[in-house]
Design a protein around this ligand. Structure first.
Ligand code: NDP
Ligand code: 8X3
Length: 252
């Protein structure tokens, strides 16, 4: 029997990279996506002894690029069993009155519209086959709003609402929909949020043990390998030291 195929957006770093490796090690063929082509190529080299690996390098926030990328897949690769909508980032951390329009556009365009563009290209095949699983990576920022998180929190609240909408609309088609909402995970996330300021980024994870990308990848593997009658619809995952978006025991 052929392996199931999973498409992972944001596979060049952090949660997406760990997920790509984990699924490759656990009987999936994978389509890895991201803008940094060199990273995708080296991941393909690393994983190609384990499974079939296809690369799609494009910007999720550009609907024409998304369409072109999915259309470029050979027909048998268009049969995507698992879509992991993971690509996204925070850009900036400012009070609303000081926020940058460029940062707002990036977060809405990538985290919300990018996820929708991917979904639009991949879901019709799932509906036709009455089979498939969409895993949306939300955040605790989609469950709570914290000071200065305004637009990033809005983008992740939108992911939460879209996830709920997908669950309802795809119910008739036997399609599983899962939202995974992590707390603090040490990846390149804070480096992007703080525009390359490594010291500020590293400080976010000081004084406690944050989650690592592999913790989320292990959870995604668990979720996508449940029996056919089981759908895990919504999960929030914190490091043990975290109890809410802003309650973190930093006594270490
Ligand atoms: P990273 O910065 O390590 O990874 C982000 C990934 O998204 C990269 O692979 C990047 O690829 C991709 N990406 C970003 N913008 C685009 C774009 N325009 N087009 C295509 N791909 C893009 O961060 P994480 O792994 O932490 O983040 C992954 C997801 O997890 C995000 O949705 C984030 O909001 C969410 N999350 C993260 C948490 C954390 O604490 N780290 C907690 C909760 C949720 P490339 O640059 O090559 O395009
Ligand atoms: C990432 C987690 O708390 O930095 O979504 O917003 S947080």
């Amino acid at each position: 029997m052929s392996k199931r195929k999973a498409l992972i957006t944001g596979a060049t770093s952090g949660i997406g990279l760990a997920t790509a490796k984990t699924l490759a090690e656990n009987n999936f063929d994978i389509i890895i996506c991201g803008r940094r082509l060199e990273r995708l190529k080296s991941l393909q080299d690393e994983l190609s002894s384990l499974c079939e690996v296809k690369i799609l390098s494009f910007d999720v926030s550009r609907s024409n690029e998304v369409k072109k990328a999915i259309n470029s897949l050979p027909d048998d690769w268009k049969v995507i069993d698992v879509l992991v909508n993971n690509a996204g980032n925070a850009h900036g951390l400012s009070p609303i009155q000081d926020g940058s329009i460029e940062d707002w556009d990036a977060m809405i365009d990538i985290n919300v519209k990018g996820l929708l563009y991917m979904t639009k290209e991949v879901i019709p095949g799932m509906v036709e086959r009455e089979r498939g699983h969409v895993v949306n990576i939300g955040s605790i920022a989609g469950k709570e709003v914290y000071a200065n998180g305004n637009v990033y929190c809005a983008s992740k609240h939108a992911v939460d609402a879209i996830n709920k909408g997908m669950l309802l609309d795809l119910n008739a088609y036997n399609i599983k929909v899962t939202s995974i909402n992590p707390g603090l995970v040490e990846t390149e996330f804070s480096k992007v949020r703080f525009k390359g300021d490594e010291e500020r980024a590293n400080n976010v994870y000081k004084g406690f043990d944050p989650l690592v990308a592999q913790d989320i990848a292990d959870t995604i593997l668990f979720v996508v390998t449940r029996p056919a009658h089981v759908n895990i619809s919504d999960l929030t995952i914190f490091p043990t030291a975290q109890a809410s978006a802003t309650t973190v025991n930093k006594s270490k």
